[in-house]
Design a protein around this ligand. Structure first.
Ligand code: HEM
Length: 469
């Protein structure tokens, strides 16, 4: 039977665009629904209808979306910077100077790129915290959690490779310290470090390989994972996890609203606000730039980029194998596998799981704020393990012994939350995670603001000026 000749009127690009922002009347038939989704870019990212509750700003804080906006700014400003940059010393540094002084809006574009990269580390971490504290990593979203973890590592890698590109003293020595951590990986460490540096130490080859990773592999991998991430959000459980009240049981009826305009309007307002803040901040606060990199003159102290300062601080208290590899490795694997050992979704959608959970999180923060600085002071001025145990291998005296003490403290904390404070399994995981996360933040703050020449401890207001060695 000959197919009827149906003429579908051609629509202009503008009409297509307008369609994307017009609240659609949801066709009832599948074919009509499919046609509507195909014609509408927004419905490629979002379902036509979403649970009204997920619109609550105080549930997602828009953090996933803000991460995507910052990534967009990075791509646009990155493409502009690329046109005025040569990835080889000393031209790299001279090009950055040019950007600051001679290129129209060069300084603003560089600042926008620098700050959106740094803000993205913060926003993506806050997004991870939001997902964690609402239990939104549990099945069916466990795979999206793993994708998210991969994206967090890529965001850190993008910042780390980008950090070297200005080729100034700050960049050169921060990357020298940062990459030295890699060489502590047993057996493969020196090989990976050599491969990454393109030689025995940071040099012109490193600049080229960091640049190529920064403009190709990392952004491409991020774009692919982000697309998959947003597709999975839609596929997992029909959309975002739904916020629930503390005493609320299983929800029988979920009220839905159309994505256009309810969600799209909020996303637009959020995007414009983020861009406005970013522009004002980048116009007022310049990205740092010190003198050109000089391998013969190392600043004292030489510090890693701020997001790795917690790790560098750990290295002051543990043997490198423990501080740079074992502890971060265990933490990363435990975080990655979280959805598989905390998978009961009863409390998914409830911030901090329960009333007890909220109390335990506060307790964990207080414990960390008290115990971590106390431990740092004791380890700095009291515990001289290697002097006390002169003949012992430093891996034991300055590694396994302090690690044992820290693990014992964590064990005691867990026993206290279980037996004294009567926490259940998920509340104990919440307590441990909150304690360890706040500990990392405190280690990072101490590393950034309290460590001065010789990496000794100083009050920030008494910090002697850094004198190169
Ligand atoms: C470049 C980085 C990232 C981008 C652009 C991104 C984007 C998004 C967006 C737009 C959402 C939905 C709305 C929202 O929750 O804000 C979302 C949800 C989600 N994200 Fe991410 N994300 C990123 C990183 C991460 C990380 C680091 C993790 C975890 C380790 C993660 C895990 C999840 C999960 C499990 C959901 C679903 C949450 C739910 O259903 O409530 N994401 N992400």
């Amino acid at each position: 039977m000959k197919k009827p000749d149906i003429k579908i009127p051609k629509r202009t690009f503008i009409e297509h665009l307008q369609d994307s922002f017009r609240p659609e009347k949801l066709p009832t038939d599948d074919r009509g629904r499919m046609r509507m989704v195909l014609d509408n870019l927004i419905f490629h990212i979002h379902p036509p209808k979403i649970p009204e509750r997920t619109l609550r700003w105080t549930y997602t804080w828009g953090l996933g979306g803000i991460s995507a906006v910052l990534f967009g700014v990075l791509v646009v400003t990155g493409l502009l910077l690329e046109m005025n940059y040569t990835p080889s010393p000393p031209q790299a540094y001279l090009d950055v100077i040019d950007l600051r002084t001679d290129i129209w809006f060069g300084d603003l574009i560089r600042n926008l790129h620098h700050w959106s990269g740094n803000f993205m580390v913060v926003v993506v971490t806050l997004h991870l915290l939001r997902v964690f504290f609402t239990g939104s990593y549990r099945p069916p979203r466990q795979f999206n959690w793993i994708i998210g973890m991969a994206m967090l590592l890529l965001v850190l890698a993008a910042n780390f490779t980008g950090y070297l590109l200005p080729w100034d003293q700050l960049a050169f020595w921060a990357i020298t310290v940062g990459t030295s951590l890699i060489s502590y990986i047993p057996v493969a460490g020196p090989f990976i470090s050599r491969m990454l540096l393109g030689g025995p130490e940071v040099g012109s080859q490193t600049l080229l390989s960091f640049y190529s990773m920064h403009i190709s592999f990392i952004p491409i991998a991020l774009v692919m994972l982000m697309s998959f991430h947003s597709w999975k959000i839609r596929k997992d459980g029909g959309g975002l996890s739904i916020p629930k009240g503390l005493e609320e049981g299983e929800m029988t009826e979920v009220k839905k609203v159309t994505t256009i305009p309810h969600l799209v309007r909020r996303e637009l307002v959020c995007t414009v606000t983020v861009l406005a803040i970013l522009f004002v901040w980048s116009a007022l606060v310049s990205a740092p730039l010190e003198g050109i990199a000089n391998p013969d003159v190392s600043p004292n102290p030489a510090k890693a980029p701020w997001y790795f300062m917690g790790l560098q601080e750990l290295l002051l208290h543990f043997h490198p194998l423990i501080g740079a590899i074992i502890i971060p490795g265990i933490a990363l694997v435990a975080l990655l596998l979280l959805p598989f050992y905390d998978s009961d979704d009863q409390s998914t959608g409830i911030y901090f799981r329960s009333r007890k959970g909220r109390y335990m999180t506060i307790m964990a923060v207080v414990w960390a704020v008290v115990l971590v600085p106390l431990w740092i002071i004791l380890d700095e001025f009291v515990f001289f393990w290697t002097e006390w145990l002169p003949g012992w291998s430093p891996l034991i005296s300055n590694g396994l012994i302090p690690l044992g003490i820290v693990l014992l403290a964590l064990f005691i904390l867990d026993r206290v939350s279980k037996h004294w404070l009567d926490s259940n399994y998920e509340e104990r995981i919440l307590t441990l995670f909150s304690f360890l996360f706040v500990s990392l933040v405190i280690l990072t703050i101490i590393g950034i603001f309290f460590r001065g020449p010789g990496m000794n401890l100083y009050w920030p207001w008494n910090m002697p000026s850094a004198h190169p060695v």
